[in-house]
Design a protein. Structure first.
Lengths: 291, 264
C-alpha cells in the first residue's frame, strides 16, 4: 500500500495554474524532497497533500483516504509545518503546544513529557513559558516543528523547515528526520540543494507547477543546468593555493564552483586533491533551471 | 464521512480563542467596558429623567387618564423606560460589542496565518464552527446577565427607596432573557459565518456592523408600536430564533471551505 498517491492532480487559482497534471506514488516510510525555484508549486503541492487545498481536478490519497473527505473527517495522521509557523502569538509556547495536544487528545501527562522532551531536543526549553510573539523566527520555526512531532504523525509534511534555523538546529532537525524515516512518510520542500545530499530521499523537481523529474539525487542533478557546488576542505587555503584555484570563489576553507554540467565535477575534485587539500564535504548549494 | 462530535475538541478551540482574546486589553476592554458603563449610566439617567415626568405627560404617553399623583406618574415613567425601552437595548448592546470577537474568529486566523496547523489537526468543520461560536457566545452571555443584574439592582434600589416598590425581576424581563441566548447565538453565528468567508478582520467587522443594525429594530419597534411585545410574541420569537440559530450553523458548516482560510 502506498502512503501517498497523486493521480493527474491540477490546481488552479482563477486562471493561474499552480499545479499542472502531477502524478506520483510514495511508499510508506519513504522521504520525498520537493525542490524547485520560487513559484514552482512546492507549497501548493504540500497543501494539496495535507488537504488544505482541494485539487481542481485529479485525486490525492493519503494512507488510502481521499483528501476530498478531509474537510469533515478526523484527519489525525498528518503533521504539517507550513511556511507560516501557524502559532498563536498571544499564547505561550506551552499553551500553544498544549492546545494542539488537546486537539489530538493526547493524555495531559504524556503531552507535558513530550513537549519538554521535544523542546529540549531542539534547544528551546528555555522558551516554554514565553509568549510566541516575543520569539525570533528561528525559534518559532523550532516550536512549529515540535508541534508537528508532538503526536507522532504517520505522514510529516514540512515546507522549508530550515529556512530560519541556525546550522546547529538545522542539523538536529535533519538527524531527527532520518530517525523518523523508520516509521514516518516525510515530504520535505526546500530550495537548498545541500539538503538533498544530507537527507537522501526521493526527489521531485518542480518548475512552474509541472513535474520536471522524479527520482534519486544523481538523476536530478543531471537535469539541472548551472549547479553551484561548495567544496569544504580540511584547512584554510594558502595564497598559492588560492591562486591555483583562481577560476573559483575561495574563502577560508571553502571553494565555491559554478558547474555547467555535473559531469565536470570529478575533474575539479581531482584538481583540488592534487593540491593536497583533503576534502571534507561537497555541498550542492545552488542551481539553475533552463527548461 | 462524518465523525461523532467531540465536545472536548470544541471546548479546546473555544478556550484557546478566549485565552487569546483576554490576553489583549484592546479586545476585551471595549467588549466589557461599554456595556458595563451603560448598565450604570442608563438607570441613573432613567431615574433622573423620570423626575420631570408630570401626570399630564404620563397620561399622554400611556393613555391612562387616572394617574392620581406625580409620584405615580414618575413611577410609571421609570417602569415604562426601564422595562420596555431599555430592555431590548440591553440585549443588543453586548451583542454589538462582542461581535468584534466573532468577526475575528476565522478572519483573524486567516490574517495572522495561523489556520494551517488548525486545519490539518483532527478537528471537523462542525467542531471548529461550534468552538468558534462558543468562544464569542460565552462572554457575550455572561456580560448580558451581568449588566442586567447591575441595571436591575440600581433601578430596584431607586424605586424601592423612592416608591417602596421593586421593578425587577418581572415576567417581561424573564422572557427577554429567554430570548437572549438565541438572539446572541443568531448574531454570533451570522458574524462567524461571515468571518469564515471574508479576506480579513476589517471586512468582517464592517459587515458585522451591518448585521447588528437589524437587532436594533427590536427596541425601536416597541417605541413606534410596530410589534406588541407580549408573552406569546416573546415565546414565539425565542422559538423562531432557535430555528434560525440551527439554520445558520448548518449553512456555515456546509459552505465552509478550508481553502478560504489559507492565503495563497
Amino acid at each position: 500500500m502506498y502512503a501517498i498517491e497523486l493521480y493527474n492532480v491540477t490546481k488552479k487559482f482563477n486562471n493561474f495554474t499552480a499545479i499542472d497534471n502531477i502524478s506520483f506514488k510514495l511508499k510508506k516510510k519513504d522521504m520525498l524532497i520537493l525542490i524547485g525555484p520560487n513559484g514552482a508549486g512546492k507549497t501548493t503541492l504540500e497543501r494539496l497533500i495535507s488537504g488544505l487545498y482541494l485539487p481542481t481536478s485529479g485525486d490525492i490519497f493519503v494512507l488510502g483516504k481521499n483528501t476530498k473527505i478531509f474537510s469533515n473527517y478526523r484527519n489525525s495522521f498528518i503533521g504539517y509545518v507550513g511556511e507560516n509557523y501557524a502559532l498563536y502569538d498571544n499564547l505561550t509556547v506551552k499553551s500553544n503546544l498544549l492546545f494542539f495536544s488537546s486537539l489530538y487528545k493526547l493524555d495531559p501527562n504524556i503531552s507535558n513529557d513530550r513537549i519538554e522532551a521535544l523542546l529540549k531536543e531542539f534547544n528551546a526549553i528555555e522558551f516554554l513559558n514565553t509568549k510566541v510573539g516575543n520569539l525570533s523566527r528561528g525559534t518559532k520555526q523550532k516550536i512549529a516543528i515540535c508541534r508537528a512531532l508532538l503526536f507522532e504523525p504517520r505522514v510529516l509534511i514540512l515546507d522549508e523547515p530550515t529556512a530560519f534555523l541556525d546550522p546547529n538546529s538545522a542539523e538536529i532537525l535533519r538527524r531527527k528526520l532520518i530517525e523518523l524515516k523508520k516509521n514516518t512518510t516525510i515530504i520535505y520542500a526546500t530550495q537548498r540543494l545541500d539538503e538533498l545530499t544530507r537527507l537522501n530521499g526521493k526527489i521531485l523537481l518542480l518548475n512552474k507547477g509541472r513535474k520536471v523529474a522524479f527520482g534519486n539525487l544523481e538523476e536530478i542533478l543531471h537535469i539541472l543546468n548551472g549547479i553551484e557546488v561548495e567544496i569544504v576542505v580540511a584547512r584554510n587555503l594558502s595564497k598559492e593555493e588560492i591562486r591555483a584555484l583562481s577560476d573559483f570563489y575561495v574563502y577560508n576553507n571553502r571553494i565555491v564552483i559554478k558547474l555547467k554540467r555535473l559531469a565536470d565535477l570529478p575533474k575539479i575534485v581531482k584538481e583540488i586533491s592534487n593540491l593536497n587539500l583533503p576534502i571534507l564535504t561537497i555541498n550542492y548549494i545552488n542551481y539553475e533551471l533552463n527548461l | 464521512m462524518n465523525d461523532i462530535m467531540d465536545y472536548k475538541r470544541v471546548y479546546a478551540i473555544a478556550l484557546k480563542d478566549l485565552k487569546e482574546a483576554f490576553s489583549s486589553i484592546e479586545v476585551y476592554g471595549p467588549m466589557l467596558g461599554l456595556p458595563l458603563f451603560f448598565s450604570v449610566f442608563l438607570p441613573f439617567f432613567t431615574v433622573y429623567v423620570s423626575q420631570y415626568a408630570s401626570t399630564q405627560l404620563a397620561s399622554r404617553i400611556f393613555g391612562i387618564s387616572s394617574i392620581s399623583t406625580p409620584e405615580n406618574a414618575k413611577f410609571l415613567f421609570i417602569q415604562y423606560f426601564a422595562i420596555n425601552i431599555l430592555g431590548p437595548i440591553f440585549l443588543s448592546m453586548p451583542i454589538i460589542t462582542t461581535s468584534v470577537l466573532a468577526a475575528d474568529s476565522f478572519a483573524g486566523e486567516k490574517e495572522r496565518k495561523t489556520a494551517e496547523a488548525l486545519l490539518t489537526s483532527p478537528i471537523t468543520s462542525t467542531e471548529l464552527f461550534l468552538g468558534k461560536i462558543l468562544a464569542s457566545f460565552v462572554p457575550t452571555f455572561i456580560v448580558t446577565i451581568a449588566i442586567f443584574i447591575i441595571y436591575a439592582s440600581i433601578i430596584n434600589y431607586y424605586t424601592l427607596s423612592l416608591y417602596s416598590k421593586i421593578l425587577f425581576p418581572n415576567t417581561m424581563w424573564y422572557l427577554m432573557l429567554l430570548n437572549a441566548p438565541f438572539l446572541i447565538g443568531l448574531t454570533i453565528g451570522i458574524v462567524v459565518v461571515i468571518s469564515s468567508k471574508v479576506k480579513g478582520i476589517k471586512e468582517a467587522q464592517q459587515i458585522s456592523a451591518l448585521i447588528a443594525l437589524p437587532i436594533l429594530i427590536m427596541p425601536f419597534s416597541i417605541i413606534f408600536n410596530i410589534f406588541k411585545f407580549d408573552t406569546v410574541f416573546l415565546i414565539l420569537l425565542a422559538l423562531s430564533l432557535f430555528i434560525l440559530d440551527i439554520l445558520i450553523f448548518y449553512i456555515g458548516v456546509k459552505t465552509f471551505k478550508k481553502e478560504s482560510l489559507i492565503s495563497i
